[in-house]
Design a protein around this ligand. Structure first.
Ligand code: NDP
Length: 284
């Protein structure tokens, strides 16, 4: 039998990219599944994105992750988009389907799976999202597409917050409203799921937490954070003190990585292996 020395290639394009840990969990998953795939963490400047995407085709790569600053601009170089990616207007991953590039956004889907793994459904629920950036947008749109009743967007910058609330109300069947964030946010008692989708609390600012009146958080609420480094954020610690069910950002990270793995390889992802690899990397 002839040997195959050629590895299948996937990876990530971004800048900054040096500290992106995704390759650690994807490489661990390839090894666990005995797949000859390599995950390349590649620094690509804004103005070089077109050349880099042509490279994906020229090298016949199976696909690529996109991160800052390419998630929106890359749409110009794609042939097709998933429904969620079209609504969000940003992709975090691309699959090369026989030379045609298909874009998907797995951030929000990874978030929903992390809730589902904790027996939490968003169907019919009142969801409050702190933040209106890339992560908030992906989560808001996916929660709405998964049947959430209402999405409240709480954001410091009014324009960004209003844009996200309008987008959800226009493009999905969920209700959505923007609430300004110029004072400590008081969580409405009918809130089912409260999510920090800002970068507040991200390393090295682990002593910071979103400006919320934490005494308005009740035990009936599920409280989640997208920040994964360190996953035990002050925000989640405060919610846990009020008896809430908390879900940290590690699940979202691992599950979006697992979805990407499956879309690229056609193989079920070894979730435990990927989780362990990341925890080890973060010293948890
Ligand atoms: P963006 O830069 O797109 O958005 C940042 C958001 O945080 C904005 O809404 C911004 O508000 C808000 N914000 C930042 N600082 C403050 C502050 N001091 N006070 C109030 N609001 C603030 O970032 P992303 O959405 O891409 O990422 C957000 C977080 O999500 C990061 O920590 C990232 O690591 C994490 N993430 C986690 C993932 C996971 O898998 N767990 C996946 C993707 C991201 P404003 O609009 O006013 O500037």
């Amino acid at each position: 039998m002839s040997k195959n020395y050629r590895a299948e290639l996937v990876g990530a394009f971004g800048n900054p990219i040096d500290e992106n840990p995704t390759g650690v969990m994807e490489e661990a998953a390839f090894a666990a599944k005995g797949l000859n795939f390599r995950y390349l963490t590649v620094k690509v400047d804004k103005e070089d994105l077109e050349a880099a995407m042509n490279g994906v085709k020229a090298f016949q790569m199976k696909g690529i992750n996109l991160t800052i600053p390419h998630k929106v601009r890359v749409l110009e170089y794609l042939d097709e988009l998933s429904e969620a990616a079209r609504i969000i207007g940003a992709v975090n991953m691309v699959v090369n389907k026989d030379g045609k590039l298909w874009g998907e956004n797995t951030d929000g889907k990874g978030f929903l799976i992390s809730l589902k793994n904790e027996d939490v459904s968003v169907d019919g629920k009142n969801v409050v999202i702190l933040g209106a950036g890339g992560a908030a947008k992906a989560i808001g749109v996916e929660c709405a597409l998964a049947g959430a009743k209402k999405i409240t967007v709480v954001n410091r910058s009014r324009e960004r917050g209003q844009d996200l609330a309008h987008l959800i109300a226009e493009k999905t069947s969920a209700d959505s409203q923007y609430v300004s964030w110029d004072a400590s946010y008081r969580v409405e008692p009918n809130t089912d799921i409260l999510i920090n989708a800002t970068s507040i609390g991200l390393y090295p600012d682990v002593d910071k937490k979103p400006d919320v009146d934490y005494n308005t958080i009740t035990p009936s609420m599920v409280v989640s954070d997208v920040v994964f480094n360190d996953p035990n954020t002050l925000f989640l610690q405060e919610a846990a003190k009020r008896g809430s069910h908390t879900v940290n950002g590690l699940g979202m990270l691992v599950n979006q990585g697992a979805l990407n793995f499956t879309l690229w390889t056609g193989t079920e992802a070894p979730l435990d292996v990927m989780t362990d690899a990341l925890k080890k990397e973060f010293g948890l």
